[in-house]
Write a protein that binds this ligand. Structure first.
Ligand SMILES: NC(=O)c1ccc[n+]([C@@H]2O[C@H](COP(=O)([O-])OP(=O)(O)OC[C@H]3O[C@@H](n4cnc5c(N)ncnc54)[C@H](OP(=O)(O)O)[C@@H]3O)[C@@H](O)[C@H]2O)c1
Length: 315
């Protein structure tokens, strides 16, 4: 244990960080130990991580000093921020800055920053195909993460930028599952036209990050990950097969999706349009084959469905 390299994992009780913690703990000969970061070391999830063999420490990404202490002595750090807890790109930028500063101060040798494209590199604000949001963003929860990449570079922290993908778990936890229409038919509504959406089991993001942390030469590189690239028709058909019901796909227009009215609908509508309009670039940045090299147990959509379809709410 003493000579193992410590990986400090932000979001350890959540989807991405949790996958990384489990990957480290399941590989005792791998040379790494898991330091789980949580705001509440006494929660049931924190206790379960401790019982599973992780060191559990307290920190809040809104509190610079707590993160600095939590990264102290770590070889590696998994850095993720929590946009949907507050819907503020400015707060996400501040959190990312705090993580980069802490990684620098702790002299972390390999950070993994869970990031996404700053869509404004492809879509200047004056491009009217989609609305500008909050005055200076196209896809706020993407743009802030992509903009924050430079905090890690500027701080001189050896960092791998990990471009993540749409979680299939959104069908369970984010209200994106199939809905019953007035005719009683189930429909999966996603504004992706006939383009492919790179998706992944959320658990596999952390597991791919573990693969990244084993390869020091990936610092300074951007690595995109996905479990599979699928059209809406393919996702609906696969889900229907797994659930034993017929599920149709409705490629809802972007403007209609943006007007759905749930919090963040405009941000997510713009996100899907970005993935649709820049589909070749977006899919090209997320190689399934490379992801599987990092994480040989990478799940396909059907494998994810076999484990999780029973948890998809069918309303
Ligand atoms: N949904 C998608 O398809 C998707 C795809 C790509 C990227 N993302 C991005 O993923 C990010 C969220 O990651 P996730 O899904 O792994 O999160 P998650 O499952 O919601 O977990 C977040 C965990 O982080 C901890 N946390 C929350 N606020 C914190 C804070 N201020 N300081 C320290 N810890 C905090 C919480 O643990 P404690 O309560 O134990 O502290 C929580 O368990 C978002 O920024 C989102 O944009 C989402």
């Amino acid at each position: 244990m003493a000579d193992k390299k410590i990986i400090a994992v932000v979001g350890a009780t959540g989807a991405q960080g949790g996958g990384l913690i489990r990957a480290i703990l399941e590989d005792p000969a791998g040379g790494f130990s898991a330091r789980a970061i949580t705001r509440d070391v006494n929660s049931d999830k924190a206790k379960a991580l401790r019982q599973a063999g992780a060191d559990v420490v307290a920190a809040d990404v809104d509190d610079n000093e707590s993160v600095r202490k939590a990264f102290d002595g770590a070889y590696g750090a998994y850095c993720v921020t929590f946009y949907w807890d507050h819907f503020s790109p400015e707060r996400e930028l501040a959190q990312a800055q705090s993580l980069a500063n802490a990684a620098k101060q702790a002299r972390v040798q390999h950070a993994v920053w869970s990031t996404l494209e700053d869509t404004r590199r492809w879509l200047p604000l004056e491009d009217n195909r989609m609305p500008t949001l909050m005055g200076k963003y196209k896809v706020p929860h993407f743009d802030a993460k992509g903009e924050a990449d430079h905090f890690f570079r500027d701080a001189g922290v050896p960092t791998t930028m990990l471009l993540t993908s749409f979680y299939w778990d959104n069908f369970i936890t984010f209200g994106m599952g199939p809905k019953k229409g007035p005719d009683g038919k189930l429909t999966l509504t996603i504004p992706m036209g006939d383009k492919k959406l790179p998706g992944i089991a959320a658990e596999d993001i952390g597991r791919c990050a573990y693969g990244v942390l084993k390869v020091p030469s990936l610092t300074g590189k951007t690595v995109g990950i996905a479990g599979q690239h699928l059209t809406g028709t393919e996702m609906a058909a696969g889900m229907g097969k797994a659930l034993g019901v017929e599920i149709g796909y409705y490629p809802v227009p972007f403007d209609v999706y943006r007007s759905f009215g749930f919090p963040g609908a405009d941000d997510i509508g713009n996100m899907f349009q970005f993935k649709h309009d820049f589909n070749e670039m977006f899919c090209g940045a997320r190689s399934v084959a490379e992801s599987r090299k990092l994480n040989p147990a990478l799940q396909s959509y059907d494998q994810w469905l076999a484990r999780n379809a029973s948890r998809i709410p069918v309303e």
